[in-house]
Write a protein that binds this ligand. Sequence first.
Ligand code: SAM
Length: 292
Amino acid sequence: MAYLGTPSATAEIIKQYQFVFQKKYGQNFLVDANILEKIIRLSEITKDDCVIEIGPGIGTMTQYLAESAGKVIAIEIDRHLIPILEETLKEYKNVTIMNEDVLKVDIKKIVEEKNNGNPIKVVANLPYYITTPIVMGLFESGVPLQDITIMVQKEVAERMQVGPGSKDYGALSLAVQYYARPEVLLQVPGTCFMPRPAVGSAVIRLKRYEKPPVTAQDEKKMFAVIRAAFGQRRKTLSNALAGGLTYADSKGNPVQVNRQQVCAVLEKMGIKPDIRGETLTLAQFAELSNLL
Ligand code: SAM
């Protein structure tokens, strides 16, 4: 099977199988061999690696992954793509194709079965409409993970990477940076896809920390604080938290904080109560939630 990463090879497969692109699945296939080679090189995969690819499409990147990695597990939701993948990947004995919704399937169990529970890598040109649930799901479900190299919408890559002071800084930046070190590797123009996406794209690597860079005594509470702080962006931090923060205590009972408690903690931290949440670092959010 020839490589699929060109407009003509992709168009031929589409025609041969009378495949109809599903917008609802975020189907924009890569048709640029140069970009594909770069992604594979930047993902630093070796024959020792087991790679999960989310959304293989017609198998374009899967071919490259199969040649570089030890094992590839390709999870695709669209059942119309399965016979195509079976054909385009038939020469690669190290690829497992799964017709599943990545948001519903138990990836931890797959890693247990296919890689004896050893850490895997994720490499994918993601369906953009579910970028955040996919990434957060991978981190929060405790899947043994080395790193994630993914194509995402350009602005989302930016949001994952920035720190306080940027207009793009928000709950996603903090959540990603709690689990991993982000690094934008590559900008990818729309001409590299079929059909062209309406938005810009970028490849970002999220290298998972062995231990989070800050200590949150209660992770769930810290994320509740972060969500409340960014939930009402125009409010000051003390107003946002006094009005919007609810979290579960150790017995699972909902707890609300009042303005007095918030102001007392902020004072202890040397933070003025009238600043906005977007000026706080991850370390400050961890400290704030530990003290509340
Ligand atoms: N990897 C291919 C490529 O680069 O040419 C296709 C990438 S395309 C941007 C995203 C792929 O994810 C599509 O094949 C789409 O059908 C698939 N997809 C969308 N939602 C999914 C889900 N919930 N679970 C698994 N795959 C999904």
